[in-house]
Design a protein around this ligand. Structure first.
Ligand SMILES: Nc1ncnc2c1ncn2[C@@H]1O[C@H](COP(=O)(O)OP(=O)(O)O)[C@@H](O)[C@H]1O
Ligand SMILES: [Mg+2]
Length: 234
């Protein structure tokens, strides 16, 4: 991938908590459109990877090039302003605030509040819940709100940590459809336990094992590779 086609280039990234290392020399890349999936069992380091890319954790070594600039030393806030959107696995919405307040907070610093109309068109269910506190939303609606808040920052790259976790099965396909829509406008990194969905939305997949990339390839190829089960079965 040439620099102009690449939104994210991660090289030999090592990261963790205190002295405990979780990611080992991990490299990956994402283009400016489409989605890459990050798969792997519980505890292999998927969330740690996204936290490190977002800037919540400083890497021990390695480089993260985001939109042409080395970003591993930048604070979270600057990465976000440069177009790095992040929906963490938990705590992505303020439960005691209304849906409207959550959206307004997501739009802080944005001169153009019409973007709120855009996300409400995108997730019409939220438009009917504007006055309701976020804590009373269903799992799916809460994920939609969290994604909407990230979209208000007009990201170039949106990182989603398990966007269908705790979501009723009947709503999962709706979220998948929206993610597919997003990949036409921006780059998406999708961490998902729902393998079928992830490989359906993504063009390319990385499979992690013990803090490293164990397997990677075009989503279709990964889907039909018998090795995949080895890295996903408990
Ligand atoms: N805040 C933390 N402090 C110390 N260790 C952590 C912390 N968060 C996660 N870990 C450890 O890092 C490893 C990877 O966790 P995580 O990135 O959450 O995996 P995944 O998202 O793939 O399930 C696990 O061994 C986990 O126990
Ligand atoms: Mg996780």
């Amino acid at each position: 991938m040439s620099d102009t086609d690449t939104i994210l280039q991660v090289d030999k990234l090592s990261s963790g908590y205190g002295r405990s290392r979780v990611l080992f020399d991990l490299s990956l890349a994402a283009g400016r459109r489409g989605a890459i999936a990050i798969l792997g069992r519980n505890g292999v380091g998927k969330s740690t990877l996204l936290k490190t890319l977002a800037g919540e954790i400083r890497p021990m070594s390695g480089t993260i090039r985001f939109d042409g600039i080395e970003t591993q030393g930048e604070p979270t806030e600057r990465r976000a302003r440069r177009g790095l959107g992040y929906v963490p696995q938990d705590h992505a919405v303020f439960g005691k605030m209304s849906v409207r307040e959550n959206l307004l907070l997501g739009a802080v610093g944005q001169s153009d509040k019409s973007n709120i109309d855009y996300v409400l068109d995108f997730f019409p269910k939220l438009a009917q819940r504007l006055g309701q506190t976020a804590g009373t939303l269903s799992g799916g609606e809460r994920k939609m709100l969290a994604i909407s808040r990230a979209l208000l920052g007009r990201p170039k790259l949106l990182m989603l940590d398990e966007p269908t976790e705790g979501v009723w099965i009947g709503v999962i396909s709706e979220i998948a459809d929206r993610l597919r829509d997003l990949t036409k406008e921006m780059a998406v990194i999708l961490v998902e336990q729902h393998i079928e969905l992830a490989l359906d939305v993504a063009d390319y997949a990385y499979v992690m094992d013990r803090g490293q990339i164990a397997m990677q390839g075009a989503a279709d190829a990964v889907k039909s590779d018998p090795q995949l089960l080895k890295y996903l079965s408990p």
